[in-house]
Design a protein around this ligand. Structure first.
Ligand SMILES: Nc1ncnc2c1ncn2[C@@H]1O[C@H](COP(=O)(O)OP(=O)(O)O[C@H]2O[C@H](CO)[C@@H](O)[C@H](O)[C@H]2O)[C@@H](O)[C@H]1O
Length: 370
């Protein structure tokens, strides 16, 4: 799959479930989850198209149908040299065993491409990036693996791969989702984390995947490459905007960045629908209304994600009494409430059940007495 403009083989990993988004990924995988009028995957696809990539291999697996339809319809035409979609379950028994195994399953394509390097992308982050700068950095440094990094507050770093790098950007340590993330030496409030975006030397990777049973980039491939001393970081600009949106709190807050201010922190993909008035008004209360969701008249709702199609009845109050909310909805430790239509239906059914009076059986004495 050699591109005319770039000798790079691009693999988009889009097969994960994203279980920390709970009911939002019950029906569709995380890359297909709606975000700011688009779907999460659209941000990466827009980056790839703007970076001049003309072809891409997409590894799907968990609930792939909607995502595959969306990619074909919206992005197919933007990748004239081919947008090849694969469902891991049809590629090999049991599906892809992990992110690196998804690349292993397509090694014949990778070899046939003759590309010098493979660009590995994740499908579920919100960010804007030109991958050409990263490819350039990779070639210049001579590293076998270049990883895109960002600096994030230490308290959130445990969800990511955390790195240490020397002044020249050579990675000296890597810890996947550590319990105690290592702070950056000259910025102790922050840690240097992997964005899960890699440029890897094709021959080095093929050899590693053939020789070993490593199945995951973060768990296996990165630690091995760091032990070999062949990993380089690619730092993005100081005001770089990247959100993992892996939890309901980060998903809600990142979306409010787009909606509340009226000036999105980055370009919304061309496929996105502009938010309507109801969506913008709800954002003022910290709410995110996903497609087809609706707030009834005089409903008082705060800090809530309304899942697609969730219809909040007139006058309902959510986000003021966490204990009451927790009876019916999902409430996160960060105070985000997630409301789906089936949670609302269950609540309605419970409240409409006829009131049952307590049943006191007559005691034997009473039945036998006078
Ligand atoms: N079996 C499978 N087949 C196909 N696609 C699959 C797959 N399993 C997951 N994916 C896809 O691969 C991408 C990465 O998913 P992971 O579950 O590996 O991310 P995680 O956040 O755990 O860590 C990773 O990403 C974070 C950044 O978010 C890094 O910090 C960390 O080091 C790194 O391991 C996602 O787009 C997902 O959809």
């Amino acid at each position: 799959m050699q591109s005319q403009t770039s000798p790079t083989f691009c693999v988009l990993l889009a097969g994960g479930q994203g279980s920390r988004l709970h009911e939002l990924t019950a029906m569709d995988c995380k890359p297909a989850v709606p975000f700011a009028g688009a779907r999460l995957v659209d941000f990466t696809m827009a980056n790839a198209a703007r970076s001049g990539l003309r072809q891409m291999l997409v590894a799907l697996q968990y609930r792939p149908q909607l995502l595959a339809r969306h990619l074909r319809a919206v992005w197919g035409p933007q990748f004239p040299a081919g947008l090849a979609l694969y469902d891991g379950m049809s590629v090999q028994p049991g599906g892809y065993r992990g992110t690196a195994d998804a690349v292993r399953a397509h090694l014949p394509d990778l070899t046939a491409s003759g590309a010098d390097e493979v660009l590995v992308l994740s499908a579920d982050h919100v960010y804007q990036m030109d991958y050409r700068a990263m490819l350039h950095r990779h070639r210049e440094s001579g590293a076998k693996l270049t990883v895109a990094v960002d600096e994030i507050p230490l308290a959130q770093a445990g969800r990511f791969g955390v790195l240490t790098a020397d002044a020249a950007g050579r990675v000296t340590a890597f810890d996947e989702k550590p319990r105690h993330p290592q702070p950056i030496a000259d910025r102790p409030t922050h840690a240097l984390v992997s964005m899960g975006i890699y440029v890897i030397d094709r021959l080095w990777l093929s050899d590693l995947l053939r020789r070993t049973d490593m199945d995951d980039f973060g768990q296996d491939v990165l630690p091995e490459a760091v032990a070999q001393g062949v990993v380089q970081v690619h730092r993005t600009g100081a005001d770089f905007y990247w959100r993992d949106v892996g939890t309901l709190d980060s998903y809600r807050l990142a979306q409010l960045d787009f909606l509340a201010t009226g000036t999105p922190p980055l370009l919304v993909p061309a496929s996105a629908h502009l938010p309507g008035r109801e969506v913008r008004r709800a954002a003022g209360q910290g709410n995110v209304l996903l497609p087809g969701a609706h707030l009834g008249r005089r409903a008082r709702v705060r800090q809530t994600i309304l899942a697609p199609g969730a219809m909040i009845p007139d006058g309902m109050v959510i986000g003021e009494d966490p204990d009451e909310d927790r009876r019916w909805f999902r409430v996160t430790p960060g105070g985000t409430v997630l409301v789906t239509q089936s949670m609302l239906a269950r609540r309605r059914a419970e409240q409409q059940r006829p009131c049952q009076l307590p049943f006191y059986p007559l005691s034997t004495a009473q039945t036998q007495g006078s």
